[in-house]
Write a new protein. Structure first.
Length: 99
């Protein structure tokens, strides 16, 4: 029998096959940049070691605030500015196409 075929008569092999099909961690190792490859926590992209078990910082937490560049408000402001620039570029394109 080929090695990668599931042997249904052996229950633990079926469980092992299911475990091996679990989504993998997307984190990268610091020393060589390769993928972690550990099973990811359910409904998360990363394994328990790389933060999958953590719910994250509470909303509004300012314990590690330094520049404010990555706060939700700063990100929302940048998103709004980008949308405005995109609309202005579309307007410029419309004006240029009519001239
Ligand atoms: Zn990981």
């Amino acid at each position: 029998m080929p090695k990668n075929k599931i042997q249904h008569r052996v229950p633990w092999k079926l469980g092992l096959f299911a475990a091996n099909q679990a989504p993998r961690c997307h984190a990268r190792r610091k020393y060589d940049g390769s993928r972690c490859q550990a099973p990811a926590v359910t409904n998360k992209r990363v394994c328990r070691i790389h933060g999958g078990a953590s719910p994250g910082a509470p909303k509004g937490n300012q314990n590690a605030l330094t520049t404010g560049l990555h706060t939700a408000k700063a990100k929302a402001d940048r998103r709004a500015a980008k949308a405005t620039i995109r609309q202005m570029n579309e307007l410029v394109g419309l004006i240029n196409s009519t001239i």
